[in-house]
Design a protein around this ligand. Sequence first.
Ligand SMILES: Nc1ncnc2c1ncn2[C@@H]1O[C@H](COP(=O)(O)OP(=O)(O)OP(=O)(O)O)[C@@H](O)[C@H]1O
Ligand SMILES: [Mg+2]
Length: 279
Amino acid sequence: MQSPGCAIICEGVSYAYRSGEKALADISLKIAPGEFAAVVGHNGSGKSTLAMLLSGLEKPGTGTVLVDGIGTHDAARAKDIRNICGIVFQNPENQIVFEKVHDDIAFGLKNRGMKDDEIEARVAEVSRQLGIEKFSGSFELSMGQKQRVAIAGVLAANPRCVIFDEPTAMLDPRGKKEIHRIIVDLHRAGLTVVYVTNLIDEVLAADRIILLSGGRIAGAFRREDLPARLETLRSLGLETPFILEAAEQFRARGLAVTLDDYTLTALVDGVIRSGGKAP
Ligand SMILES: Nc1ncnc2c1ncn2[C@@H]1O[C@H](COP(=O)(O)OP(=O)(O)OP(=O)(O)O)[C@@H](O)[C@H]1O
Ligand SMILES: [Mg+2]
C-alpha cells in the first residue's frame, strides 16, 4: 500500500559548494502533497543540487527546506526525513551495493530495524510492483533493469515523496519508457514526485514544470500553460516538446489546430478538426 504524498517547501534557499561555487540562489518553492513536479534546466543550472537539498541529503547554506513540515537542518529528525523522502540517481550502479537483488532491496529495511517476515513481505511487494521478481544477480542486469532495482530499494521504505535526478539518462529508449511509466504510476498512486529531466517530452506528464537557470528559478508554470511558455524554454536554450512544436508550426501555416491533450493522436485529431482552415 502506498502512503499519501507529502509537501516539500523551500524558503529562500541558497547553496554554495565548498569550492565556493554558488549552485543555488534564493529558491522558494512549494511542492504540494501528491504533486508531480518536473525540474528542467541546462547543464550546471543546479538541478542535482536542488534534488539533493529537497531530499535532505544536503542542507541549505541559507533558508529552509521542509519535508512534510520537518526541517532538513534538524539533525535529530534526519532519520524521519530519510524514511519520508527517497532519491533515485542517474547511475543505478552508484545506488546498488549488494550482489543479490533481494539483499539490495532488503538492506534499507534491515537498517531500519524491520522484522524479517515484514522485510520479506515488503521486498516481494515492491518486486512485483516493478516487475523484477525474477531478477537474481544485481550486477548481471541491464542498466534499465538495474534502475528498476534501485527504484525498488527506494520504494521498499514506503516513502511519501521520491526525487528522481535524471533516472533515464543512461538508458536506451525502451529503458527510458519503462522508468517513465513507473514514475507516472507512482504519481497516480498518490506519491509526491520531483522529476529532474532533460527529456522535454517527458515533462508533459507533470502537473507543473519548474525551470532552473544559473541556480535560480527562471519560471514555474502548470502543464496546461506549457503551450504559452515555449518562448521561455527557447530563451533558456532548452528544447520544446515535439507535440507543442508541431502544433505551433501547423498554426504558423494557417491551420487552427487545437489540442485536447499532448499526445500524437490529439495532434492528428486537432489537424483533422481544423479542416485545413485558418483560425
Ligand atoms: N561537488 C561539487 N563541487 C563543486 N561544485 C559543484 C559540485 N557539484 C556541482 N557543482 C557546481 O554547481 C553548479 C550546479 O551543478 P549541478 O550538478 O547541480 O547542475 P545540474 O543542473 O544538475 O547539471 P547537469 O545537467 O550537468 O546534471 C555547477 O556550476 C557545478 O559546476
Ligand atoms: Mg545533474
